[in-house]
Design a protein around this ligand. Sequence first.
Ligand SMILES: Cc1ncc(C[n+]2csc(CCOP(=O)(O)OP(=O)(O)O)c2C)c(N)n1
Ligand SMILES: [Mg+2]
Length: 484
Amino acid sequence: MRVSFSTPLRAPAGAQAGSANNPDTLCINTIRTLVMDAVQNANSGHPGAAMSMAPIAYTLWQNALSYDPTAPLWPNRDRFVLSIGHASMLLYALIHVAGIRQVTDGKVTDEPALSVEDLKQFRQFGSKTPGHPEYGHTTGVETTTGPLGAGCGNSVGMAIAEKWLAARYNKPGFTLFDHHVYTLCGDGDMMEGVSSEAASLAAHLELGNLTWIYDSNRISIEGSTEVAFTENVAERFAAYGWQVLELKDANDTTTFMDLLANAKAETRKPTLIIAHSVIAWGAPHKAGKASAHGEPLGAEEVRETKKFLNWPEDSNFAVPDAVLPHMRAGLGARGAAARTAWEALFASYRTAHPHEAGELDAIFSGSLPEGWDADIPLYPTDAKGTASRASSGEVLNAVAGRLPWLLGGSADLAPSTKTLLKGEESFQPAQWGGSYAGRNFHFGVREHAMGAIVNGMALYGLRPYGAGFLIFSDYMKALSACPP
Ligand SMILES: Cc1ncc(C[n+]2csc(CCOP(=O)(O)OP(=O)(O)O)c2C)c(N)n1
Ligand SMILES: [Mg+2]
């Protein structure tokens, strides 16, 4: 169905910056309506947060994210983590309107990663648009999310990986790694313990390359968050050592851009942007209500919301012609310029630093160096036996010599778990006596965060490990499974 957009696509006063035919408003309303239509079509899903976060997510991608939709695997791309995995339609709509290309068997194709047809298959068995985003299944998804808090933890691992790669491989005149990690999280993420552990460590490690945007709509499944969550999140994060910024209205994209600039400018502290929002903003009867969290709005409410947005009421999965070109001119052009400049830089790096470039090739492709296992000792049969943690420590150290990107640590148990890499520095900011090139990690007594963090690091091609007593593997089970 072709829909007429001859009526000005106006948002209600104060809803968005810009004039009546503002192309940004057009894109934001496209995302909002795709979310509503997909959830309605599937007759299940979570429309509320995805709708109200559309202005923020779109503005971040279009104006700040360094990402080339035609090269989704470019190593120095900014990372976007949707920790509120239930709001998956927001990410799927973005992947579509941003024109991200499909990656198959590690190769970029000319196909869109998600077509409108794929969006129509939202939540259907075997589709590319499952209920929660899955890494390796849908191009453009940087990590699997759904269990709340885990994406926040993954993003700390990603920020660590970025710092480590920069410290080890950037050379004078060759800034190969200087990207930022952005995470969109919600009340549920903030309540989960794993994000608190990860946030505490992120501040200690001075991960200024990390920004979490917190959708503070004060609604979760059981209703108002007042039933269980009344702490002052801003003060908590300030106490961890984060820079805390507040956006009074999630629709205020102009101020949001200023806050993003402040986040980038602060290089020693991670930043939390608390974005106050109304869940399902724009829906006349459902906005602000818990029922908008995880139920379709209903056909009539969808129609009325479209009317409120000055959108054709009979449209279904409509993407106006101007939307993809507009994002191509913004996000696409900026990302392509950064990516091609990086590729030229990496080509000359290859000449100047061939050994390091070879290591990076292996990291990016997930391969291991030739002979990585050559030094692993042989253990003859021995009636007395060797404690497995002792042999494990010997094997780790034997591999570490030949695999420079084997790195990790323990949740405050290294003397027992024997996981220290001999002769290697600690991964620490300078003020705590280490370096970001260090390979020994001190996760503190934070098993849950450790599990989520090493997964985030693994998503960069590094070979991280996290150690604790065997019984604690049960404690952290859900967060320790390695990504594909
Ligand atoms: C670890 C974990 N526990 C429980 C859930 C189930 N769950 C999904 S969304 C949600 C509420 C989340 O609230 P919020 O983050 O505020 O999302 P919003 O309602 O604002 O969309 C819960 C409890 C989950 N996904 N992960
Ligand atoms: Mg909420």
